[in-house]
Design a protein around this ligand. Sequence first.
Ligand SMILES: NC(=O)C1=CN([C@@H]2O[C@H](COP(=O)(O)OP(=O)(O)OC[C@H]3O[C@@H](n4cnc5c(N)ncnc54)[C@H](O)[C@@H]3O)[C@@H](O)[C@H]2O)C=CC1
Length: 497
Amino acid sequence: MATYTETPVRELPFIAGAPREPHSTTTFEAVNPANGEVIAHVADCDAVDIDRAVQASVAAQREWMSWDAGRRVGVLLRFADAVERHRDVLGETDTRNMGRVLREAQGDGAASARLIRYWAGQVDRMTGHQIPANPGHLSYTTREPLGVIGVIMPWNGPVGSFCSRVAPAIACGNAAVVKPSEMSPLSALRLAALLSEAGAPEGLVNVVTGGGATGAALAEHPGVGGVTFTGSVPTGRRIAHAAAETFKKTVLELGGKSPNIVFEDADLDAAGRGAVWGVFNNAGQVCVAGTRLLVQRSIAPAFIEQLARRAERIRVGDPMDAKTHMGPLASRQQFERVSHYLQIARDEGARVLSGGGRPQGAHSDGLFVEPTVLTEVSQSMRVAREEIFGPVLSVIVFEDEEEAVSLANDVEYGLSANIWTRDLGRMHRMAERIQAGTVWGNTMRLHHPTLWFGGIKASGQGSAYAEGAIEGATRVRRVTIRFDETAPMPAWNDLNV
Ligand SMILES: NC(=O)C1=CN([C@@H]2O[C@H](COP(=O)(O)OP(=O)(O)OC[C@H]3O[C@@H](n4cnc5c(N)ncnc54)[C@H](O)[C@@H]3O)[C@@H](O)[C@H]2O)C=CC1
């Protein structure tokens, strides 16, 4: 596998087991957001390329499912080993492509290997049930793959997104066509090559690069049986509409505006560290980022002050440097979006307690924004309600449990929530009343392959993890066979014509 010591010039889609010349002749640039350097020219694939990838997937899926389960397990385990072995170069690819700090990007490979091994363990557990319904009959269900899954990816954690979507899809017996985000397409191409080297049939996982039009062609393709999408709410809605036309199953992991609720009796040191890491990690470009800090009035002044000091200590800069805590935003589009929201915050009357601008000494072509804490935020402001997807924390003060629940739920999203309190009764009451797919108590962002992860309300439907991912990637068939000729027949049998 190539390492990025030299600048790659041209990146081709990975179809049927190899990089292929695309039908489309247009390209887009992959840019390093830390310094503006163009690192690759990437094929902007069209509907013909998508069709080729789907055809390759259809053939590969048949072959995949003709194999003994043990052989499929072997492929997934070798793929996991390869991801672990190549985690440094995969991480470096993501860091150069979307600005995540190197240490974390490389950590993604290790976590992904663990996740792939979990899915390797599920391959021969796609079982159905035998149901004792009618005497003299055998009724059973089988769980079957959908065929080809379209995977439409975001840009904020490319290695993790690829592995967490592709591993369940193929473990459930499907093939996949992956459309990585145009902002960070490179690591997906490397991962598809690693999977091929691990022994997957040619075409089991294809990567077709491009933007929204390429994604739309995938979501609309009649040969695709299911779509798993991670990204914004408007695009999620468009994909759900497109998928409905051909009755595809969808798993949608959309935006968030997750509340981070700190009560006066919490471990305030842990809550403070969690609040800062939970919103500024990956420059805030995380679906479950705790972007709304709800803090109880009695502790608010001291807690907010503590946060601002912590935020000021975050080292922003070159994401390849091991001392850096926070890199740039992933793309110019994202940089402009976050800058626009900072202007909205000022116009709406929020106070910029810390940050709010470009960090000193940052590369002049880099897309850096300081970790920003906004206070005097009210619930009606856009910065309290809309997903910014950047290093911006909006702080809102509450009086009591009742008000905390009401503020937490008063947004269109419902992806995750964090609660900090030592009162376990309150913890459980809150966990029950908060509208979110995931609630973390006295911790944040703790994921596990065995745990459901999905949103409610505008944050999506289904789960990309655990049993939810199996639901999203398979369908159930029921079979009923009358094996005893003396067993009663249904009423139609009385109509003896
Ligand atoms: N919750 C999350 O994890 C994420 C949230 N977002 C939110 O979305 C905002 C905008 O980011 P974008 O990258 O523009 O998000 P997006 O939702 O437009 O893009 C995500 C993926 O969908 C593809 N896509 C775009 N239009 C499509 C269409 N009509 N049909 C099929 N696929 C399509 C894109 O090419 C990309 O691969 C962010 O600022 C953030 O608020 C973005 C990425 C991840």
